[in-house]
Unconditional design. Structure first.
Length: 270
């Protein structure tokens, strides 16, 4: 009786052991199948990503005026640029992108990985150029209509300073291409306009102090400086200088009248 009891338990335990073994083998088989599926999916996806690389490269080309990828189109579609950047970032190039270990990842991703890197560099180039052009525009009365034209007429705004221009110049100092050359041309013109205004303003201010003429306020000096007024392109800055010239002109006329009276009376002029 006892022997039959232990025999029954042994059979029961054996059945359980066999069941567990079968389950384990099933799980292992499923895991192997899942692993194989992931590897195959990775290989197929990498091929598709290579096709996406070319499509995304074509999309990036649309942000430039021509194929040489120097000057940006205007206006730049920022949302479209962000969408393109997101599509590049999500390109799968690593084992972890497929929930795989490096040792199980046999797909050749070198081409796709390099392509992804180059695309992201192009995106950074576009964003950098756009940011620089925005900084330049903020120092002008109006944005240039053609960033590639060295003959583009530009006018600084009233608050533009040499320091602001120098900061932009520093930001493009390491870039050597047609675009940076064009931006440098704009900056040089902006520098010249700021210097021209500041030099003229300083010279005009020297002719008047606290409502009185100084020794610099001779008629010849006045005419010499006044002839430079039309070279100031910003209308607000030009008006500011023009108002100063008007006050000095009135003072010169008064002084001339006083000097004439004194000359008639035989008194020394001032």
């Amino acid at each position: 009786m006892a022997k039959n009891k232990w025999l029954g338990k042994g059979i029961y335990i054996g059945v359980i052991a066999v069941s567990i073994g079968i389950c384990f083998l099933g799980i292992r088989s499923n895991a192997n199948q899942e692993q194989k599926r992931k590897v195959e999916y990775a290989k197929t996806t990498i091929k598709n990503e290579a096709i996406k690389i070319q499509r995304l490269n074509n999309q990036i080309s649309q942000f430039y005026q021509v194929d040489n990828k120097e000057f940006l189109v205007e206006p730049l579609e920022r949302e479209k640029l962000r969408d393109t950047e997101r599509a590049i970032i999500t390109l799968k190039t690593e084992a972890s992108d497929f929930d795989l270990e490096n040792k199980d990842f046999s797909a050749d991703t070198l081409e796709v990985a390099q392509g992804k890197k180059e695309l992201l560099l192009q995106i950074e180039d576009i964003k950098n150029k756009s940011d620089i052009q925005k900084q330049v525009t903020e120092l002008l009365v109006e944005a240039p209509t053609n960033w590639s034209s060295p003959n583009e007429v530009i006018v600084i705004n009233e608050k533009t300073t040499m320091d602001q221009i120098s900061m932009i110049r520093d930001n493009i100092s390491k870039t050597k291409n047609l675009w940076s050359q064009s931006i440098t041309t704009f900056l040089n013109e902006m520098d010249a306009q700021v210097k021209q205004y500041e030099d003229l303003k300083q010279a005009v201010d020297k002719m008047e102090k606290e409502g009185r003429l100084t020794d610099d306020a001779s008629p010849d000096n006045f005419i010499h400086l006044f002839d430079q007024l039309d070279q100031v392109k910003n209308e607000s800055l030009k008006k500011d200088l023009s108002d100063k010239f008007d006050r000095i002109d009135e003072l010169l006329k008064k002084q001339e009248t006083v000097d004439s009276v004194k000359e008639e009376e035989g008194l020394p002029s001032e």
